[in-house]
Each structure stands twice: as C-alpha cells, then as structure tokens.
Design a protein around this ligand. Structure first.
Ligand SMILES: Nc1ncnc2c1ncn2[C@@H]1O[C@H](COP(=O)(O)OP(=O)(O)OP(=O)(O)O)[C@@H](O)[C@H]1O
Length: 464
C-alpha cells in the first residue's frame, strides 16, 4: 500500500517535480507551500506521513521550528531537509531534533530516491517498535483465558489452534462480558500477526453516518466536515488484526462494503478514487443471535458465512460456575496490586452467594464486583456487605439511589461503579419512557444504536 510523503517547498515548480518523481516510485506525495499549511496537514488533518521532505527556510519561518513542535507532540516519521545554505549551527540543531539527512539543492533524483528509501525503512521500523511498545503491556497467551471448566479448557485449546492458522475471518459469539474481546486480543498476540497492529472497533458505538468514514477512511472534502484526509481503521489495521465488536449492529450497506473488502483485499476511502491493498485478519464478535438476524434479513448471509468459517462460542459464566474459583483469586490479586489493599481470604458465605448468583453480566460483572469489594475492604477479609448481587440485593442499594419526579441522585461514596451508575440511569429513564428505546434515546440525547448496545450490556428491559 502506498505510504504518504509530505513535501514542504515554497518553490512550486520544484515541489511539483519532487512530488511527481516520488509518486513514480509509489509514494502518495502531498505538497505544502509553507509551514502553516504543513502544520495544518500534520496537526489538524492527521496526515501521518512516513517521510517529510522539507526546505529549511520557508516564507513563514524555519522548518526546524515545525520539526521541534512535531517531536514534542510525539508524531513519528523521518525528516529530510533540502538546503542550499544549511549552515553548521542549523545542521547541529537539525540532528539534535533527529533529522534523518540533508540534501543539497538542486538534488540529483537518484540520490533523492536512495535517501528517501532509507528514511522510509527507518520510519517503518520506528512505527513497528512503537506499536509493539503499545501492545507490550497486554501481551498474553491462551492461558490468560482463565477457568477450570471444560468449556474454558476447550476455549484455550481453540485459541491455541486458531493462532497457528492464517485465517482471514473468525466469528466469536457469546453474551456480553463473557470474554470475547479478551479472546480476540489473545489470538492477535500469539498469532503470526502479533507484530502488526490490533485495531478494535465497536460497531454499536458510532452512528451510521460516521461509521463508514471511520472504517474506510476518507479523502479531504469527501463530505461536509471531512476536513482532511484520514486513514480508516481498516487501513490502520493493515498487516495486523481488525476486531469488530458488536458486528450485528453494522448497517446492511456497510456489511456489503466490508464483505467486498475482505474478498478483494482492497478498500477505497470515502471520496477516494484509488483502491488501496489491504492484508489483515478480521475477528468479529457478537452477543446477538446472528443466524436469526440472517434469517430475518437484518444481516447479510454471505458476510455471515464468510466470517463464520471459524467460530468460537463462549458460554455464559452461569453455565461454568466452577470458573469462579479461578477467576475470583486472580481478580483479587489484580485489584490488590492496583490499590495497595491486601485482601486475602474469602469467607464461605461469600463463596456460596457468588455460586448461587446467575451472573447476567458474566465475567465483566464479576470483575467489577471484585474491584468494588477490594477497594472498599477494611482488612484482609473479602467484604460481604459490598456484594450487591442482582435485583434482590439491589434494594439495599437503591436506598442510596434517590429518585423523585424529575431527578435521580446517585451516591458518590464509591458504593456504585461507573457501570452501576450508567445502568441505574438507563433503567430509570427507560422506565419513565415506557421502555421505548427511541423515546429514551431522544431524552438522553444519544442514538438508538448506542442505547441498544447498553441495554444489551446491562440486560435491561425494553418494549421492542
Ligand atoms: N476467562 C477469563 N479470564 C480472565 N479474564 C476474563 C475472562 N473472561 C473475561 N475476562 C475479563 O472480563 C472483562 C470483560 O471481558 P470482555 O470485554 O472480553 O467481554 P466481551 O464478551 O467482549 O463483552 P462485550 O460483548 O460487552 O464487548 C475483561 O476485563 C476481560 O479481561
């Protein structure tokens, strides 16, 4: 896929010649005529060039000042300076700022190509390193999917197998909070694409009109508000993995575009003319019965079959409660380490209440519960009073959630997690609007998609 190279040159003819020469060797060359324009490309339009080829002295200042700003913002890419005068003091400053090389004007085209190719290799290596660094914190293998149940063991076995085969599509199904996202991260991290990026997208979190540009990217002016060119998430995931969470929420026309991208290994940015080659694996997750949506015509059968060649089904926690015995100590350890607490023992009464509960929010709910209890513990014993398990116990808690006709008061004393608060607010607003999703989303100033996602996440009741 062609990478972007920014030429900053006020001599229009020279700039155009350089762009043409570099475009002939596959670069997507973009020209800025002064520093202000270059700054807009870099800071407002997120151009992300791999290489910048810049004149040193421009009508509105010295390019080293721009390079300094770029470095301060942590923007990568290699810079090559074109200079006729490049005095020693400037060269020293340029090298301190990490300039890649200098080219004297007028420069030979052959030398230009050699220096630019070297800069591109160096910038690509830097990109890989920073991607790896970003992901190092969460590198894990199949053993990170904890649980002693047969279902958890089968899942680990499948994760291991899948990470060894070069699949292009995989579908993970399961209720909210069962660990679908965790599985996707494991497969990426132990598979052959681990050194590439892992890009996660929640298809329910964005309104339809933004989703297409998010996924496929756009060219400048492709639609009202499209300020500059933007690489889409599919393009960003090139060489790695694209994780599409809540795939069932993707609109039908975008499903068709996605299928085409998977089959042709090509995409076109919104408003773009050129096709860009892509090479990535797609992991999709859904907590809906996708087959039923296919039967209802709400989900394309061809995309479903393309992705469901490999399928992983994660059972609900209530169907593998023996996993609690492994999950609970791990989460306690995690939150002890984070908070400096030292919770060590779990009383039998707590164990029996956890085992009797049916966990509608699955492992996520358990993790949130452990976070709350560890943070609020007064000593080494896991505190039973902060369990708040399910509806029967939420009455104790709802004493704290005060309601009257037009307001809802939530305690800020740590007894409710952010998720608990969001759930309480949504449940109450839904109740006041006859459980109607459209009406409730209007009242809350959000989209139906976003609301529906949260309704499913918290298992709330609606009239739909
Ligand atoms: N078997 C497991 N072992 C360890 N941690 C787990 C396990 N299953 C889930 N988790 C943890 O529980 C939390 C919720 O999991 P995750 O986000 O992967 O669920 P999900 O199925 O993708 O949910 P959603 O459908 O709502 O996106 C995460 O913090 C995850 O790391």
């Amino acid at each position: 896929m062609s990478e972007t190279l920014l030429v900053i040159e006020d001599e229009r003819l020279l700039g155009a010649e350089l762009c043409a020469e570099l475009a002939s060797s596959g670069w997507d060359a973009v020209q800025a005529f002064d520093l202000a324009e270059a700054e807009r490309f870099l800071f407002e339009r997120n151009l992300e060039p791999l290489v910048v080829l810049s004149d040193m002295n421009l009508p509105d200042g010295n390019a080293l000042d721009l390079l300094e700003k770029v470095r301060k913002r942590g923007i990568g890419g290699e810079w090559i300076f074109l200079t006729a005068y490049g005095g020693i003091p400037e060269s020293v400053r340029a090298l301190k700022l990490g300039a890649f090389d200098f080219l004297e004007k007028p420069c030979e085209l052959e030398r230009l190509q050699i220096v630019v190719a070297g800069a591109a290799r160096s910038a690509q290596a830097q990109r890989r390193l920073s991607d790896e660094e970003r992901q190092r914190g969460n590198r894990y293998g199949p053993e990170a999917f904890i649980g002693r149940s047969q279902a958890a063991a089968d899942a680990r076995d499948m994760l291991d197998r899948l990470s060894k085969v070069p699949f292009s599509g995989l579908l993970i199904t399961g209720e909210t909070g069962t660990g679908k996202g965790l599985m996707a991260r494991i497969i990426h991290n132990v598979g052959p694409r681990a050194s590439g990026p892992l890009i996660e997208v929640n298809c329910a979190a964005l309104p339809r009109e933004l989703m297409e540009a998010e996924l496929f990217g756009h060219e400048a002016g492709a639609f009202t508000g499209a300020k500059g060119r933007r690489r889409g998430l599919i393009e960003q995931a090139n060489g790695g993995t694209l994780f599409l969470d809540e795939l069932g929420e993707l609109e039908l026309d975008l499903q068709a575009k996605l299928l085409k991208a998977i089959e042709d290994h090509r995409i076109r940015r919104v408003g773009g003319e050129r096709e860009l080659e892509i090479d990535l694996q797609i992991i999709a997750a859904t907590n809906q019965e996708l087959q039923k949506r296919v039967a209802d015509g709400a989900f394309r059968a061809d995309l479903y079959h393309r992705l469901a060649v490999f399928r992983l089904e994660v059972p609900a926690l209530r169907d593998r409660k023996e996993d609690l015995e492994d999950l609970l100590p791990v989460f306690i350890k995690e939150f002890n380490a984070r908070s400096g607490q030292r919770v060590e023992t779990v009383p039998p009464s707590v164990w029996s209440r956890l085992a009797a509960y049916d966990w509608p929010g699955n492992v996520r709910e358990l993790r949130n519960l452990v976070e709350r209890c560890v943070l609020l513990a007064d000593g080494p014993v896991f505190p039973e009073r902060w369990l708040y398990l399910g509806e029967s116990e939420s009455e104790g808690r709802s004493g704290a959630v005060v309601q009257d006709e037009d307001r809802l008061c939530l305690p800020l004393d740590g007894t409710l997690s952010l998720d608990d608060m969001e759930c309480a607010i949504l449940a109450e607003v839904l109740r006041r609007n006859a459980e109607n999703v459209s009406q409730t989303s209007r009242v809350l100033g959000t989209t139906r998609e976003k609301l529906r996602y949260r309704v499913q996440k918290y298992g709330l009741k609606t009239s739909d």
